[in-house]
Design a protein around this ligand. Sequence first.
Ligand SMILES: [Zn+2]
Length: 224
Amino acid sequence: MKKHTFLNFSLLMLLFFTIGFSACKKETTEPQPDSIPIVNQYQPWTQAEIDLIMSGEADEPMRILITSNEEDSLFLVQKAIAIKPDANDPVLIRLRERMNKTMIEGNGVGIAGPQVGISRAIFWCKRFDLENKPFQFIINPEILFYSVRMITFPYDGCLSIPNYTGPTATRRHSSIFVEYYTQDGVKEKNILEGTSSSNFTAVCFQHEYDHLQGILFPERLNVP
Ligand SMILES: [Zn+2]
């Protein structure tokens, strides 16, 4: 009998906390960073990935997946998986070069693996904060900390959503502390800032990182 009463009490408490937690979640209005990390275990290339990547030369752009295509849009909302940051991997090198070509031809300032049909944790991002504003290839990124301060960035856009005519102002964190591998296979940690029209490195990184989580910028719109 005593045990029974205790069980009933436990169930009541469980119910209380579940309802309480759900209520708290509903009240949150700030956009939250996606807390689920990219699957951080290297998995070898699939044959389908190798075939797609190696089907063109280094200077040949890849097809960009677009949201108006139903099959593409389902692919774009997947979570990407990590790849071994091997500087000498010919498949990774070819993909890096072809993604760069695709981004440049599309007048983009960043492009993520899923956008060319490769659901891997890689992207190109323009480093407005560095001298000569180079593009940087990022492998297996993690955003370790987000600033509490949020900003509204008025010019978001995406190569996978061409001819978009809706609102483009997104809510972003003003700075982030990130960790990633470079194309040379070197692990780097960096504080990224820059949320203005001339330097939006932090926004660019958050946009591309979102792609790896299957999140597209309209989900980050600054809607009241
Ligand atoms: Zn995009």
